[in-house]
Design a protein around this ligand. Structure first.
Ligand code: MG
Ligand code: ZN
Length: 239
């Protein structure tokens, strides 16, 4: 016989499970609406450089002929959307009013306003948080976790779900490595211990021509990965 606190715990688990099942149903509808577009859901802590990454790669993708749309998620403000607007691509800001993750229903609502017609790529920038965004499928093709080198090399071990569920990790702000004790080999090792198939890129979004630096900013490799996935999605979609 269950006592009352066990019954309460059971009920709350049931509610959580139902909420995630409902989320999955809406996520599947989103996926159908996304059509042939390759959709990436970016997860990270606040301040890892997700928006800067988008600002760096979207102009290149655009000039290579790809149609891009962006869904921004933040607890407050449309500051990130305003940055994306400057790139002249369709963008929609979801303001969650305190909720610390995006769910499929919010993304579904954004599709009433956002023009994704003919889009090749849709980027979803989740709320900066490595915990619950991992539980909510939004209808994306892949999750991508962005980790700044300033965050410490033990992050994959502390937030394993974000690294387990992401197909890709982007180690960002590598321009800061010379002034940090951060060990990029350790970040890789820790991430691969959680997800051995993870594809890893090392990037910097700083304007390195201006700074006179000569390091490879890694963006071209990441862009090639995106383009390959766009082709793959189109070929699967046709079948
Ligand atoms: Mg942002
Ligand atoms: Zn949350």
């Amino acid at each position: 016989m269950l006592n009352s606190s066990q019954r309460r715990a059971g009920r709350s688990l049931l509610i959580q499970r139902n909420a995630l099942e409902t989320n999955d149903i809406i996520a599947n509808k989103n996926k159908a609406l996304f059509g042939k577009a390759f959709v990436m859901n970016f997860l990270s802590s606040p301040g890892s450089g997700k928006t800067s990454l988008l600002e760096s790669i979207i102009p290149i993708l655009k000039s290579d002929g790809f149609k891009v749309a962006v869904i921004e998620g933040d607890v407050e403000t449309d500051l990130d959307k305003k940055r994306i607007d400057k790139l002249n691509v369709p963008a929609y800001q979801i303001i969650t009013n305190g909720t610390c993750h995006l769910d499929a229903r919010m993304v579904s609502g954004s599709l009433n306003s956002l023009d994704i017609n003919g889009a090749d790529i849709i980027f979803i920038e989740n709320v900066g948080n490595l915990v619950c965004p991992t539980s909510f499928n939004l209808g994306e093709d892949i999750k991508a976790v962005v980790l700044s080198v300033t965050e410490g090399d033990d992050k994959p071990l502390k937030y394993p779900a974000a690294f387990y569920k992401s197909k890709v990790m982007i180690i960002n702000k590598i321009d800061l490595l010379p002034v940090l004790d951060s060990d990029i080999a350790k970040i890789r090792e820790n991430a691969l211990s959680i997800n051995k198939d993870m594809v890893i890129f090392e990037t910097s979004c700083k304007n390195n021509s201006k700074a006179g630096n000569t390091y490879n900013n890694g963006l071209q490799d990441f862009i090639s990965f995106i383009k390959d996935n766009v082709s793959l999605k189109v070929s699967v979609f046709k079948k």
